[in-house]
Design a protein around this ligand. Structure first.
Ligand code: XLS
Ligand code: NI
Ligand code: NI
Length: 439
């Protein structure tokens, strides 16, 4: 097959002075930051669904993107699915992305029956395996797409219809088999339609119990086949349903604790989902990190003026610097990666826009990493926070943290104290300006 991007060379690092749009200005895979290469810090990953299957359509209009490699084949055909595989790997290789991610029903089409869908998926999995081997590009995670087909209209694991639950289980089983077969680093559960549009017709408790049971079955099956990669849950508060059960990091952690699943799961956090939940991405990362559950990130960003998941490529330096500050603090991404769950704007219609978008995302994260590392090296921010909590390092604070005192002892202490020692300024504006010194 002829190259899909014949005019585009392998993207190289040329440094900040370069004016070549097909070069990295900041992402230098082999450069060390805090003793680790940029490649290992980020573990960048390209998603199959937006990159190969997106069309530029939105709820008011048809697709707009021109994809020459799709021209000669029909929608939803196995021929088209096959043709897309080499195109995708050519893209990842030229970009220098070490990882990728898929949904079962985007790499391969829906069949008329489950058996036919499975056959399609097996055919494509064989191709993926060959291309992974030839290119060295690895699978960051796989997942089952349990939300497009009408059978999942009420949800999958949380459907009122037990048959839909069974069907979803069959699909996840197969997706897990293939993730394992393709040496995937992990496996993601994103809720899809696991939520409700109205409480009038919903038995919330029963649906949550079913979701818990589903996840336990997945854990059992994972052990059975010897898949060692982590499971991730990806929070999102709404869209497509009004309320999704895995609404944010805190809700997911609570679910995992309630159903005794926390040992088996980490979180895959997505920026646009965080903002839809009314949180910053850094907040979500901190919440997950505090619980030891920071697994992987879906790197994108939303338009804060729009109320839906716009999945834009991350080009905001403040965002990536904040993310990297928290990620570094919690020891970095290990099995997870920086997965561009992001799509082009409807007006960005040419194949080369895929390169511009990913280069922008990788450069923005590279700068974010350097900014975060510089802030950490400078030390003033870290020192400020440490100093702000110094009353806990000795005396009564230390005794509280060590669990040595209770309300009685604290009452006695307070009575003797007379008044709280003078509070100091939180210095937010000073710190915001300090942060800006590094941008
Ligand atoms: C949708 C989600 C989805 C997951 C994978 O909003 O981001 O793409 O990442 O199922
Ligand atoms: Ni996502
Ligand atoms: Ni999303």
């Amino acid at each position: 097959m002829p190259a899909a991007f014949p005019k585009i060379p392998a993207i190289q690092f040329e440094g900040p002075k370069s004016r070549n749009p097909f070069a990295f200005k900041h992402y230098n895979a082999t450069e060390l930051v805090e003793g680790k290469t940029m490649k290992d810090h980020f573990r960048f990953s390209v998603v199959y669904w937006h990159t190969m299957c997106g069309t530029g359509s939105d709820m008011f209009g048809w697709g707009t993107w021109d994809r020459p490699w799709d021209r000669s084949t029909k929608d939803n055909s196995i021929e088209r699915a096959k043709r897309r595989v080499p195109v995708f790997f050519e893209f990842c290789e030229k970009l220098g992305a070490p990882f990728y991610a898929w949904h079962d029903r985007d790499v391969a089409p829906h069949g008329k029956t489950l058996r036919e869908s499975n056959r399609y998926l097996d055919t494509i999995a064989r191709l993926l395996k060959e291309h992974q081997k030839a290119s060295g590009v690895r699978l960051l995670w796989g997942t089952a797409q349990n939300f497009v087909h009408p059978r999942y209209m009420h949800g999958a694991a949380t459907s009122c219809n037990a048959d839909a639950f069974a069907f979803a289980a069959a699909q996840v089983k197969r997706a897990l088999d293939l993730t394992h077969e393709l040496n995937g680093e992990g496996y993601v559960f994103w809720g899809g339609r696991e939520g409700y549009s109205s409480l009038l017709n919903t038995d919330l408790k029963r649906e949550m119990d079913h979701l818990g049971a589903f996840m336990h079955m997945a854990v059992d099956y994972k052990k059975k086949i010897g898949f060692r990669g982590p499971f991730y849950i990806e929070p999102k508060p709404k869209e497509p349903t009004k309320h999704q059960y895995d609404s944010d990091a805190a809700a997911c952690l609570n679910f995992l604790r309630e159903y005794e699943l926390l040992n088996h799961f980490k979180l895959n956090l997505e920026t646009n989902h965080a903002t839809l939940a009314g949180h910053s991405m850094q907040h979500e990362l901190e919440v997950a990190g505090a619980a030891g559950a920071l697994g992987s990130i879906d790197a994108n960003m939303g338009d804060l003026f729009l109320g839906w998941d716009t999945d834009q490529f991350p080009t905001d330096l403040y965002l990536t610097a904040q993310c990297m500050l928290t990620i570094l603090k919690h020891g970095g991404l290990t099995t997870g990666g920086t997965n561009f769950d992001a799509k082009l704007r409807r007006e960005s219609i040419e194949p080369e826009d895929l390169f511009h978008a990913h280069i922008a995302g990788m450069d923005t994260f590279a700068r974010g990493l350097k900014i975060a590392a510089a802030i950490r090296k400078d030390g003033r921010l870290g020192e400020f926070v440490k100093n702000r909590y110094r009353s806990w390092d000795s005396g009564i604070g230390k005794q509280i943290e060590q669990g040595k005192v209770g309300f009685r002892e604290l009452e006695a202490y307070a009575l003797k104290l007379g008044e709280v020692s003078t509070n100091e300024s939180g210095r937010q504006e000073y710190l915001e300006n300090l942060f800006n010194e590094f941008i």
